[in-house]
Design a protein around this ligand. Structure first.
Ligand code: KG4
Ligand code: ZN
Length: 333
């Protein structure tokens, strides 16, 4: 019988369930929450309530689409952390109950490990060792990946994440949350004619809080001179901010490759859906002789398939957890 894993992801604002069979994705259902659009960020209380509403139908759909029966499941996997505690608790509690009722093992998964493991949702995953730049709404990390279960952080953000820089810029520009994809769209019609600072933080770490402040002052000064400035220059502002964020990320990724000698390079997380980020990785790979790995859009944003793929390799190692497992908002890597 194949190893069939039901995976659940509920760490932030999207409820997702997936069936992974012998390491291949049979279904990956994501219910996107729109309740946060007007607030400039995720409202934790609203997110937990939405997860409670969506988890049962999302799991049902994932099982139905995969064409398997609940009795054919080998294990239940879930995101243990990091993330919003109230959101995580919905997924963790649901997974525990279902594993108990079916009398099958539970597998806890680290959300940031899973973003990296999303690369193995398709055949021809990266060759080990590889570097993965994981850029999401809450994290920015350069990870050295030695095998399916062995990863090490080489650098990370000291303050805001890259996705947060997109989202907070969007809030200042009056755009709905999440602003990353909207900034990406406007940037394609603009020119990066405004200059913003690139942080000079040590080693392979990142900082995006200085950029946020620079954008705030830039907008304040220009709006004082022309109250219609944002409207007139929206595309160019988006192109300039996006270029600064992508430049900041690429400088460190290149440095990490030079320091480690690793030329197998991947990107992951919500911001890896960014068109300029994807193109820059392709361009740098061509000029530097890197092998590059870019996830399908479906596996960039939060999704349960990546949780199931991580869990599959833990299952092969018999790494299960007990019913006493707890959700951890700040789970260590
Ligand atoms: O990985 P993810 O779905 O959730 C977290 O774990 O945080 O990442 C969400 C982040 C948001 O900040 C969103 O604005 C950003 O990814 N994002 C993008 C794009 N698509 C999503 N940022 C820039 N360009 C995009 N095309
Ligand atoms: Zn994520």
């Amino acid at each position: 019988m194949p190893i069939n894993i039901l995976a659940i992801e509920s760490s932030c604002d999207d409820t997702s369930a997936s069936i992974i069979s012998d390491g291949r994705v049979l279904s990956n259902i994501v219910s996107v929450q729109t309740a946060h659009a007007d607030y400039g960020g995720v409202i934790p209380e609203l997110a937990s309530r939405e997860h409670q509403l969506h988890i049962v139908p999302v799991v049902d759909q994932a099982i139905e689409k995969a064409g398997i029966k609940k009795s054919e499941l080998s294990a239940i996997a879930f995101t243990r952390g990091p993330g919003l505690l109230g959101s995580l608790i919905v997924g963790v509690s649901f997974a525990k109950s279902m594993a108990m009722s079916l009398d099958i093992p539970l597998i806890d998964v680290h959300h940031m490990h899973a973003h990296v493991m999303a690369h193995f949702a398709v055949e021809d995953g990266p060759i080990f060792p590889f570097l993965c730049l994981t850029v999401s709404g809450g994290h920015t990390q350069i990870i050295k990946v030695t095998d399916y279960n062995t990863m090490e952080i080489l650098g990370q953000t000291m303050d805001d994440a890259a996705g947060e820089a997109f989202d907070k810029t969007g809030k200042m520009l009056g755009l709905p949350y999440p602003a990353g994809p909207i900034i990406d769209k406007y940037a394609q019609q603009g020119e990066a004619k405004f200059e913003f600072p690139i942080s000079k933080i040590d080693e392979l770490n990142f900082s995006f809080s200085g950029l946020k402040t620079a954008i705030l002052y830039f907008l304040r000064d220009n709006v004082k001179k022309d109250s219609d400035f944002i409207n007139k220059e929206l595309n160019n502002i988006c192109a300039s901010v996006q270029k600064t964020i992508v430049d900041t990320l690429m400088i460190k990724l290149i440095k990490a490759s030079e320091m480690t000698g690793i030329t197998s390079i991947a990107i992951a997380g919500g911001v890896s859906a960014n068109s300029e980020m994807r193109q820059r990785l392709i361009d740098e790979s061509q000029s530097r002789g890197w092998s590059h790995y870019i996830p399908d859009f479906e596996y960039c944003r939060d999704n349960a398939a990546m949780i199931g793929i991580s869990a599959y390799y833990k299952y092969l190692n018999k790494e299960f957890c007990g019913q006493d497992v707890k959700a951890e908002a700040r789970l260590v890597f």
